[in-house]
Design a protein around this ligand. Structure first.
Ligand code: GLN
Length: 237
């Protein structure tokens, strides 16, 4: 069995509000099922291995985004090829913004993104902060915590991750949250996101296994705790 390899991009600069927990969840849910896996941390200047099966990038302050943006651009074609060929990817907040066309920050001007997602983001005067509740066609109810001043909008065709029931999501106006393109997800949900939304975690794992060329059926796990945590968070939102 080939180990499922997860690339965690820029954990030093881009992993806030519990984002690191997403990688722990992905790895642990594979461990529980006896699926070999490996997490490689990729910082600025590091090579992105060719044999990765999943990519994760979390959120960061505008300054962190400036620091990693150029390096991300250097890895742009590898990341885009990966996603275009069905590789699973999860990006949160600042990471999500950098996978769009650009993010205009109030302090640093325009930060160029790699354009995987048909979105642009701009800093606003509003801090969109708090618990957020989303209804997703694909995953059902999703919960998280958001904290951003950047507002994201679609340019051209894009599919949202879900519809906002409480909170802000992509921006204060259109009630849409995140984006999903092939098997790549962008979202504003920190929290961490995956511990309380195990359906998304297992979906990502399934895509990673498929991408690795293996055929492993995922055993059901007892998600009582995870689901009651989600319901609790939904109640709070
Ligand atoms: N700096 C970005 C914003 O405020 C991203 C913040 C984050 O990743 N939480 O919009």
């Amino acid at each position: 069995m080939k180990a499922i390899k997860i690339a965690h991009l820029y954990p030093e600069r881009m992993s806030i509000y519990g984002d690191f927990g997403n990688v722990l969840v992905l790895s642990q849910r594979m461990n529980w099922r006896g699926i070999k896996n490996e997490v490689v941390s990729i910082e600025v200047g590091d090579k992105l291995p060719k044999d990765i099966d999943m990519i994760f990038i979390g959120g960061g302050q505008d300054k962190g985004q400036v620091v990693v943006a150029e390096d991300l651009m250097a890895k742009s074609s590898q990341i885009k090829d990966f996603a275009e060929s069905g590789g699973p990817l999860l990006s949160v907040c600042g990471g999500y913004q950098l996978l769009g066309e650009y993010f205009i920050s109030s302090d640093y001007g325009q930060i160029q993104g790699i354009g995987l997602f048909n979105v642009i983001s701009k800093a606003t005067e509003t801090r969109m902060i708090g618990n957020i509740l989303v209804q997703s066609e694909k995953f059902g109810q999703l919960v998280g915590f958001e904290n951003h001043s950047g507002a994201t909008e679609f340019i051209g065709r894009a599919q949202p991750l879900g519809v906002v029931k409480k909170g802000f999501g992509n921006n204060p106006d259109d009630k849409l949250e995140g984006v999903i393109y092939k098997n790549a997800i962008g979202t504003y949900l920190h929290g961490s996101f995956l511990p309380k939304n195990p359906k998304v975690a297992d979906w990502l794992i399934r895509q990673a296994i498929k991408y690795s060329g293996q055929n492993i059926k995922l055993k059901e796990l007892n998600d009582e705790l995870e689901n009651s945590a989600r319901k609790n968070a939904a109640r709070k939102a």
